[in-house]
Ligand binder design. Sequence first.
Ligand code: ADP
Length: 497
Amino acid sequence: MRTLRTFWTRLGFLRSLRFRLTVSYVLFFTVLLVAIGLLFRGTLQLEMDGDTRATLEEEWAAAKGYLHIEKGQPVWVVDTSDPEEIYIVERLRHVYLLTDANGKVLENSQTYDSIGVDSPQEIQRILRTSTPEVHVRQDADGVPYMIRAGAIRGQRGNLYFFAMGRSIEGNQRTVDNFMRSYYFLVLPGAIFVTGLLGWLLAGRAIRPLNLVAATAQEITGSKLSLRIPRRHANDELDNLIDSFNRMTARLSRSFDQIRQFSTDVSHELRTPLTVIRGQLEVALFTAEKPEQFRDAMVNALEDVEKLSSIVRALLLLSQAESGQLALQKTDLELGEVAADVVDQFQIPAEEKGVELMARLEPGASAFADRTQMERLISNLLSNAIKYTPKGGKVSVHAGPDEVHGWVRLVVDDTGVGIQRDNLPHIFDRFYRVRTVETRQVQGLGLGLSFVAWIVSAHEGTIQAESHEGQGSRFTVRLPAGIATAPETAAEPATASL
Ligand code: ADP
């Protein structure tokens, strides 16, 4: 078994695409050339037999001129002084048979004897047909002859059977010789040349594939910027190269995000850790009174809380995305939930100098999980406040959507906005926009991925619109609960997620 596998591995090139392409190419041409050979053989044979037949007809007509049947006996009328005529008649009588109507042989040549005299029945059958018959027969040595047999009339008008023939051995030999050189010289030569050509052509055809494979092998985590050059042939291979390049671009983005995320996480975790350590060290070495220890511990606890909230967010997202977070959906008044969250954000907004307003319409209920809805609104609100500079405005609107059966939550801000290029990626896990304005703002790039997960877990949609430097708007649409007031139907809005 093992030896077989080693043998198969050694013959690895036999499985290569190039080899298989060449073999198909050679097979195709072999079949084609054999078919052409057979066709050619048939045509050549027919052509040569046609020539013999025509000569036989001429000879038959000539023989009829020389042969007279007088009183039931054949007489060859020959000018004995003309050696050429004697020779011609001798040739005509080389393969010939003359019988009467009953099949009684009147005269025949030795060669015809060797072919075999026709039976009386056969002779009578041929005599009954008006036109002479041509057929092929073999002599005792297997030499083929083309025989022309038919009726001729004697002097008294009696019918006689007359047959004469010509050897077609030469024809067959010519055809056989030709086919032999075709099959043993031309065909192997042509197959060899086709194989060589096929091998070269197949090599050329798959060269770009090998290039793709070689580039793919070079691509590693640190070399994801490599791209395979397009051939500009706009063919299937170019499509493959495009898809491959797009895939590496996506991979490269994910790798960048993960790398960035690791940096962010370590940074986010390190800062509070350093602070906690500092506070504890100071307390340990300098604090004397119990109040001083107490203060240090309270501060340290606050930072520990911050740390756990980061870890919690990470854990939650991974639980959510792996489907471990069970939702408890009930009929929720969206306005009420939004009002609670808006209340919680009033103080942070005031501290930042951002005006926070809410327009919460009653009668908009969603079939949703309360905790996740609060998280969704609070993530959107916290972002809106985070990315809106002092003096800006943030507004929340909850109410029924224009589309019947849906409710809508809109969070608007007059903040820094998001560049058009970044907009499609903001819902990606760990994705953070890094501009001068946003660089100072702390975050992990997880808030919107969580929002996106909550929306899709509620079978809703979320749409983000933004104008750089002017502000952003996030619109969440959720299927309405039972208590929602019916609205007039309208065209559904396009959603980005
Ligand atoms: P982060 O923790 O960085 O806020 P998010 O997932 O919540 O992560 O948001 C992803 C990115 O989208 C942010 O880094 C930010 O650049 C951009 N973003 C989100 N909301 C807003 C907004 N209201 N205004 C401007 N940019 C925003």
